[in-house]
Design a binder for this molecule. Structure first.
Ligand SMILES: [Zn+2]
Length: 310
């Protein structure tokens, strides 16, 4: 069922090193410093504050801990199911060496909360993918349980690690009301070229709203990644990114569509051009909102609306 007005949602996957815990390379050590991460959140929060645009920041619970809190909750990190140990191997090595940077950044969530307008959502406990062929129900339960014990706030919406949707019945059980639709990363070369080609599609359309899933959870349209000018993606001209997003927004306004933008705050690190692109798009969003043509919602707002139309 379409909404009676265009909707813009911004969701951010907040994870530091957890997003690639099993494949940390030496260059990640230079990249994921506390100073770099804090710098990225400063830029993100400044743009959103300037235009008063609320967003959904989905945190990996482990990432929100201080090294002190980690020591207090050590059992939750070390009594994990056996199948988690390969995923956590590098993390355990770094803890032995007291190398905490990139794994923990409590200031990030604190500053998002202090901004006063954003939603804190969940991006799981340790960023392990919820693949039903790899995890048992008990293991998935451990993740949800530990996640809630580590977080100081109760999140209402969820973003799946790697966008791989699984165990949605547990989401319901643990009190979530919605999640971002699964749209798995295409990591092989053909998939990557396809992702890159999409960045040149300046006639991209907004999405339409989706129904609830079998558990009555709101399924929030997966949306579009804001181009991260790294690797092959650095060849996408800024002007093309601007044209693409202008078109998606215009299409939404004309068709009561949904525009869901997502990426990681850490994508801003070393990429001032991406911050500029982001600021221009958010300015446009704020203009449409001023004109009464578009509503800005968090994932929670959107799930609430969807729930109330049942
Ligand atoms: Zn992630």
């Amino acid at each position: 069922m379409p909404c009676n007005k265009a909707v813009f949602i911004l969701s951010l996957d907040c994870e530091g090193k957890w997003g690639m815990a099993d494949s940390i390379q030496p260059y990640h050590e230079q990249y994921f410093t506390t100073a770099n991460i804090n710098g990225a959140y400063t830029q993100m929060l400044a743009v959103l504050e300037k235009y008063k645009v609320p967003a959904s920041f989905a945190f990996v619970s482990a990432f929100t801990q201080s090294s002190q809190q980690f020591k207090q909750h050590k059992d939750l990190f070390y009594n994990t199911p056996k199948t988690y140990h390969a995923w956590l191997k590098k993390f355990y090595q770094d803890m032995e060496a007291a190398q905490y940077e990139g794994w923990f950044c409590p200031s990030a969530m604190k500053r998002v909360i202090d901004a006063g307008i954003h939603e804190i959502a969940s991006h799981s406990c340790f960023h392990r993918a919820f693949l039903e062929q790899e995890l048992t129900l008990e293991e998935a339960k451990y993740d949800f349980q530990a996640s809630q014990e580590l977080l100081t706030v109760k999140p209402n919406t969820f973003i799946y690690p790697r966008n791989l949707v699984g165990f949605t019945g547990l989401l319901k059980k643990y009190g979530y009301i919605g999640y971002r639709e699964g749209k798995a990363y295409k990591t092989n070369i053909v998939g990557r070229l396809g992702n890159l080609a999409a960045e040149f599609n300046i006639l991209e359309k907004s999405q339409t709203t989706l129904a609830h899933d079998a558990n009555n959870l709101a399924v929030i349209p997966a949306g579009f990644f804001l181009n991260w000018p790294q690797g092959l993606r650095k060849h996408v001209p800024n002007s093309v990114t601007q044209l693409r997003w202008n078109h998606i927004l215009k299409h939404a306004v004309e068709n009561n569509g949904v525009v869901h933008m997502w990426f990681h705050p850490h994508n801003f690190i070393n990429h001032p051009v991406m911050v500029q692109n982001f600021a221009q798009i958010i300015e446009k969003v704020a203009q449409y909102r001023e004109q009464g043509l578009l509503s800005v919602m968090t994932m929670q707002d959107y799930s609430d609306v969807k729930t109330s139309t049942l």
